[in-house]
Write a protein that binds this ligand. Structure first.
Ligand SMILES: Nc1ncnc2c1ncn2[C@@H]1O[C@H](COP(=O)(O)OP(=O)(O)OP(=O)(O)O)[C@@H](O)[C@H]1O
Ligand SMILES: [Mg+2]
Length: 260
């Protein structure tokens, strides 16, 4: 059974494409067969973050319109044998894609033996979001620890619930030292405000930007906190109960826990 997971957020620029690429790579490193679909029609980015832009010949709309077969459009990752990507078209509109089209593509990927399909959603809550979410059986909502991102995430969580798509949360660009000194919301606060399970906390990590620019996701070649976080998240998606050492607990919380 394929697991089709939409990565969405409401607010733009919070890290959906980064999270899609890295969770995909981390799952492929666990020998899962993974397809990443860029559903951000008109503004494709996933191919660049994956470093696969020169290999893209066909895209999602070509598959949907029957210009090519799915296997012609799927680009295999340079480093991971089980990781594939389907690019978005830059010359179409989000309205050119219908919900049935994307569901059919997911269905074909399921028949081809993929374990996971990760759908990188565009920002917003309109057609592009709805197309991606309608083809998914689960969602990962990405947010940053800032009020506007959290408010948009809350809205998206409500919409996903009305579409009966269960979701979990990834808190991205978290800075533990700023949270500790009260200059940023704590991860626990974000979790409480949004009321959904926290799949993982990805720290602010300057390697992420460099990795995007050279097209090698940190989950493949990184060394810092973001790589660790994506590895943990992939494990949790697969049902492992790993403690989040990247987030840290702080000495006072540890002492409180020991004494309680
Ligand atoms: N954990 C992180 N640490 C540092 N930088 C990050 C992190 N996550 C994402 N970024 C940076 O934030 C920027 C936006 O990320 P990304 O493109 O993944 O967001 P997005 O939600 O897909 O945006 P859009 O809504 O435009 O599709 C990129 O420059 C990326 O490198
Ligand atoms: Mg994006």
């Amino acid at each position: 059974m394929v697991r089709a997971i939409v990565i969405t957020s409401g607010k733009g620029g919070v890290g959906k494409t980064t999270v899609t690429a890295n969770i995909g790579a981390a799952l492929a490193l666990r020998e899962r067969k993974v397809a990443l679909i860029d559903t951000d029609i008109g503004l494709r980015n996933l191919d660049v973050v994956m470093g696969l832009e020169n290999r893209v010949v066909y895209h999602l709309l070509d598959v949907v319109k029957g210009t090519c077969h799915l296997d012609q459009a799927l680009v295999r990752d340079k480093r991971l044998q089980k990781l594939y990507m389907l690019a978005a078209s830059q010359h179409h509109l989000k309205e050119d894609l219908r919900q049935e089209d994307i569901k059919e593509v997911v269905q074909k990927l399921a028949e081809d033996g993929f374990d996971y399909v990760l759908l990188d959603s565009p920002a917003g809550i309109e057609t592009g979001f709805r197309n991606a979410a309608s083809a998914a059986s689960e969602a990962i909502v990405v947010t940053n620890p800032e009020v506007s991102a959290i408010r948009d995430a809350d809205r998206v969580i409500g919409l996903l619930s009305s579409m009966s798509v269960p979701c979990k949360l990834v808190l991205n660009r978290y800075d533990r030292s700023r949270a500790r000194t009260g200059r940023m919301l704590e991860s626990e606060d974000v979790k409480e405000i949004l009321g959904v399970e926290l799949l993982g906390v990805v720290p602010e990590d300057r390697d992420v930007l460099g990795a995007s620019n050279i097209g090698v996701p940190v989950a493949i070649d990184g060394k810092g906190g973001a790589k660790k976080a994506f590895t943990l998240i992939a494990g949790r998606i697969e049902g492992e109960q790993a403690e989040d050492t990247t987030e840290g607990k702080g000495i006072w919380n540890r002492i409180k826990e020991l004494l309680s």
